[in-house]
Design a binder for this molecule. Structure first.
Ligand code: XMP
Length: 319
């Protein structure tokens, strides 16, 4: 049986053998797989690695800064941050169909990533955080949403970067092994054991058309929910938890005044494989705290609901 440190040593050796003194490009999302890939490549080849982090404006509160702080500042990884919020929001104008939104976000990602990639000279390797279950999944040629997920996570299809050779150091590892080597490489526990976050980000958690003020409200509501889950020691008892923005208005009262504002839905699930899921039976006190804080602290929200739908038939995401 291999220990995390042996897996790391072995991967480092293989990466060096494979790429030699060549330059490598990696799309860093801040998710577990790309983060561990970045840390591993950095250990193996240092400055030969350049990461491109695309900030699509659909990330969680402070997420972009956190990614930059961790990789660029603390670890000294070369990271280019592409601030593309305006472009993504512009492309999403008038688009309200979920699959269409995924397509727009995926295509815009490719465009931005590719533009950054072409500016870096002499890169001939593209790194990807493909893990073993991804290999299996692609081989099984899934249909429906799963295929869409693949389509914009697979940066191998990028026009410019298509001519690059692929380096996939996590290709033979399962998720728990990836997490363990992430810890071995010095990544913080909270980042390595973070809930999954969809590629299209808040784009599929704002129902219908995506607008900047909606995203700003949602980010704050989501941050309150996650903060209280951590505080109550419930975060790691759930598999995924997040807030959803519903662009419908509901009446409320504050003092003598009447509010007519938006609705936030909270979703928390327990699951092993994300194919089926049960809604998490969070304590009422916790839900009460989260609801009060969201309504009191965020102007623009007058009502909070909790999603008690199982998968199937309800998917984990609302779109
Ligand atoms: P659903 O909503 O299908 O979600 O029950 C199952 C898991 O997949 C994630 N998900 C996505 N991940 N791009 C992604 O990278 C997507 O378009 C996407 N849609 C859903 C979801 O967050 C959950 O973990």
């Amino acid at each position: 049986l291999w220990t995390p440190s042996q897996i790391v040593d072995d991967a480092v050796r293989q990466i060096r053998d494979q790429v030699g003194t060549d330059k490598v490009l990696l799309g860093l999302s801040g998710g577990v797989d790309s983060s561990v890939t970045a840390a591993l490549l950095h250990k193996a080849i240092g400055d030969q690695l350049t990461c491109v982090f695309v900030d699509n404006g659909l990330l969680r509160l402070h997420e972009g800064d956190q990614v930059m702080d961790m990789f660029a500042k603390s670890m000294g990884v070369k990271v280019i941050r592409a601030d593309a919020e305006d472009l993504f929001l512009d492309r999403l104008k008038g688009v309200s169909d979920p699959e269409q939104k995924r397509k727009v976000i995926g295509n815009t990602f490719i465009e931005v990533f590719d533009a950054e990639a072409t500016r870096i000279e002499d890169v001939n390797w593209l790194a990807q955080g493909t893990i073993y279950p991804d290999v299996i999944e692609s081989a099984a040629a899934k249909t429906g949403k799963a295929q869409v997920i693949k389509s914009h996570h697979n940066v191998g299809g990028l026009p410019e970067t298509m001519r690059m050779k692929l380096v996939e150091p996590l290709r033979e590892l399962f998720k728990d092994e990836v997490r363990r080597i992430g810890l071995e490489l010095g990544l913080p526990y909270d980042m390595v054991y973070r809930h999954p976050f969809p590629g299209p980000g808040l784009g599929v958690r704002i129902l219908g058309e995506v607008k900047k003020p909606y995203a700003d409200i949602l980010r704050r509501a989501d941050a309150i929910f996650l903060e209280e889950l951590h505080r109550a020691d419930w975060y790691h008892k759930t598999s995924q938890a997040f807030a959803v923005f519903l662009p419908v208005k509901s009446v409320g009262v504050v003092g003598d005044g009447r509010r007519y504002e938006y609705v936030i839905a909270l979703r928390a699930v327990e699951t092993i494989d994300f194919m089926t899921a049960r809604w998490a039976h969070l304590p009422y006190e916790l839900l009460e705290t989260v609801s009060n804080r969201i309504i009191n602290e965020i102007s623009g929200v007058s009502r909070v609901t909790y999603d008690v739908s199982s998968k199937p038939p309800a998917t984990i995401e609302w779109e």
